[in-house]
Write a protein that binds this ligand. Structure first.
Ligand code: NAD
Length: 309
């Protein structure tokens, strides 16, 4: 199989690259490295089955040769980065998604969109099921990401409805693992890197907001299974175990172990208060559920950050 992974030099994308190369597939990565790093796929540099194209997907209209599967993962993903790159985020979700859908149509390839739990905004329904329309403030600075992904979902579904293109849409909930970078503002890498230096852990608001965290190997399992089935509607992927941010901070401190204190900061605009996926659809359609608990996954990531220092 020949798989095209946009955003393949990013955190999730690079783990997908590992998966398909391990299986013996050919992989093409298109990434402009706006938030990703070439070193994430550096271990495959001598592998003839990997082709790396350093380019903005908004400028890609042609790829040589056949393509069987397109995984469209290119997009700044942390609130810090998508607010730093608001126009780029909206462009990659609109022009970039359009280009990759057109390519899928021309190549007769399957197209899988990396969507997000952020399509639910600050949810009024808990846990979130796929049929919930969400509560997004389109005027908030976070909307570049939320609305960009919502548009990309609608565009993807339109290709299914108009051209009968084989599509999939996965709504990914918070995922963590090796290769996240400490400066991207996401809570797990930021807690771990500060805790290892015994520096204060930044807690936004009072830390009572909840999140659900999925370890990367579970997520790669789910995404690659979703790429194999014929199901065009959105599907939640994530780990439903729910933790408050303060609980997460306590666990990271204990596992490091660390003397860090907490630094309470103002809650950002439209920060979701609760976040927990209903994954019954993924369980039924993929025969999948996450296996790695939070402490087990955090231990691996802490070890990785420690080695990287
Ligand atoms: P990441 O920032 O590590 O990876 C994104 C990659 O896309 C980067 O390598 C970046 O350089 C590349 N990119 C961005 N714009 C591009 C463009 N115009 N052209 C080419 N490449 C471009 O983020 P991630 O956590 O790996 O997220 C990957 C995907 O998964 C994103 O689409 C994100 O929205 C989605 N997602 C991730 C999570 C999570 O918890 N990690 C949750 C929900 C959704």
């Amino acid at each position: 199989m020949r798989v095209l992974i946009t955003g393949g030099a990013g955190f999730v994308g690079s783990h997908l690259v590992d998966h398909y190369l391990r299986r013996g597939d050919e992989v093409i990565v298109i990434d402009n490295l706006i938030t990703g790093q070439e070193e994430n796929i550096g271990q495959h540099i001598d592998n003839k089955k990997l082709k790396f194209i350093k380019q903005d997907v908004c400028d890609v209209t042609e790829v040589k040769g056949n393509v069987d599967l397109i995984l469209h993962f290119a997009c700044p993903a942390s609130p810090f980065e998508y607010q730093k790159y608001p126009i780029e985020t909206l462009r990659v979700m609109s022009f970039g998604t359009y280009n990759m859908l057109e390519l899928a149509r021309i190549k007769n390839a399957k197209f899988l969109l990396a969507s997000t739990s952020e399509v639910y905004g600050d949810p009024e329904v808990h846990p979130q099921k796929e049929d919930y329309f969400g509560n997004v403030n389109l005027l908030s600075p976070r909307a570049v990401y939320d609305e960009g992904k919502r548009f990309a979902e609608t565009l993807t579904l339109s290709y299914f409805r108009k051209f009968n293109l084989s599509i999939g849409i996965v709504r990914i909930f918070n995922t963590y693992g090796e290769r996240m970078h400490s400066e991207d503002g996401r809570v797990i890498p930021s807690f771990i890197s500060e805790a290892l230096k015994n520096k204060p852990l930044p807690i936004f608001g009072d830390g009572s907001q909840t999140r659900s965290f999925c370890y990367i190997s579970d997520m790669v399992n789910a995404i690659t299974k979703a790429a194999q089935i014929d199901y065009p509607m959105p599907m939640n992927l994530g780990n439903p175990a729910e933790y408050t941010i303060l609980q997460l901070a306590d666990i990271v401190k204990r596992l490091c172990p660390s003397q860090s204190e907490y630094e309470f900061l103002p809650l950002p605009d439209s920060d979701p208060k609760k976040r927990k996926p209903d994954i019954s659809k993924a369980k039924k359609l993929l025969g999948w559920e996450p296996k790695i608990g939070l402490e087990q996954g955090l231990k691996k990531v802490i070890e990785w950050f420690r080695r990287k220092k």
